[in-house]
Design a protein around this ligand. Sequence first.
Ligand code: BES
Ligand code: MN
Ligand code: MN
Length: 409
Amino acid sequence: MPKSTVYETKGHPIVYGEYLKDKKLPTVLVYGHYDVQPADPLELWESPPFEPVIKKTKNHAKGAIFARGSCDDKGQMFMHIKAFEAMVSANELPCNVKFMIEGEEEVGSPNLGIFCKKNKKLLSCDVIVISDTAIIANDVPSVTVGLRGLSYIEVEVVGANRDLHSGVYGGAVPNPINILCDMIASMKDKKGKITIPGFYDDVAKLSAKERKAMNEAPFDLNAYKKDLKIGDVQGEEGYTVIEQTSIRPTLDVNGIWGGYIGEGAKTVLPSKAFAKISMRLVPNQNSDKITEIFKNHFEKIAPASVKVSVRPHHGGEPAVTPSDTPEYKAAAAAMLKTFGKEPIPVRGGGSIPIVALFEEVLEVKSVLMGFGLDSDDIHSPNEHYGLFNYYKGIETIPYFMKYYAEMRS
Ligand code: BES
Ligand code: MN
Ligand code: MN
């Protein structure tokens, strides 16, 4: 009989369920997350973020569900529940299934890692399937074969002991905002390379053949620029947009603040400046190591006129989920069946920190069979998930389970 439990953690609880049908059948663990990124800025939402509505869009002629989490990841997780329900009621469940839905993916899964280490037996399985990534387009299916890691840091730059009159003191007293901007700017050179010593030391080099293959995936630069209303792309010289957003590491400011940001003008020389900085990592970089070298570098380049402090937030390791495994083949066959086209293997630019941990702790590989679109505005206002994608996922998942079970028997 199916059973389910909610496991409390030091943070948000983990929802677990299982239906162990037959010891002889392989076991598929479905992982997803019910937590979401902050919905703000709320004023940019065209409908309230937690009241789903269906609207048509350019990419979703049949309509899309607009709500925070619709694509990332409640909607995608829910496909698995509906697919499971259908398989069970048709008496066609081809394998044992375990569900694990967590509430801390968006903050690096700190408690799920601990839970996995403590519950190896509970979580034992043959493969983990995750729908928390995207396909290239609704008529161009793809399976994600890698994820980037992450190192997330907050910095503080302090000048004078108090805010000052910018006329009386300006010119001599350090302005921490100006200084922070200089420091951030110095961390990239004109070719878009990150200048932190040692930053690229562990970056895995891909062969010319691998790079050629990944650039054969359909990508329309003009449509990309038009969609985002940007004059041009930028980035590390010598790499295509596909490469820059998947196999190369990045350094980006996620937020920066300080001084006066209210209405009108206030002539103030601020005492403090802050920034949140994230670095996307690629195999074989390690988030603790990168955090450490960032910290040392940031402290080293700070001028004597200010004090800096560096506070690491969460991190996560990069992962590769290759295309020569039974789980990849089962996902590819399932997508071929439902889309009528062989999916393209793609390396994802985002991060799912638990994937590397699943591999390390449970020694199980994941298959990243997501159905979203990059244009679904995950983490942004007006996040949405296509109805086509939602139903296509529900249709594809049972084939994945069926083909996987057949391959393993
Ligand atoms: N579902 C995303 C990751 C993702 C999205 C991978 C699209 C590939 C394509 C996930 O929920 C996410 O946003 N993860 C965070 C992780 C972080 C906060 C530790 C991320 O990538 O920013
Ligand atoms: Mn997600
Ligand atoms: Mn997310």
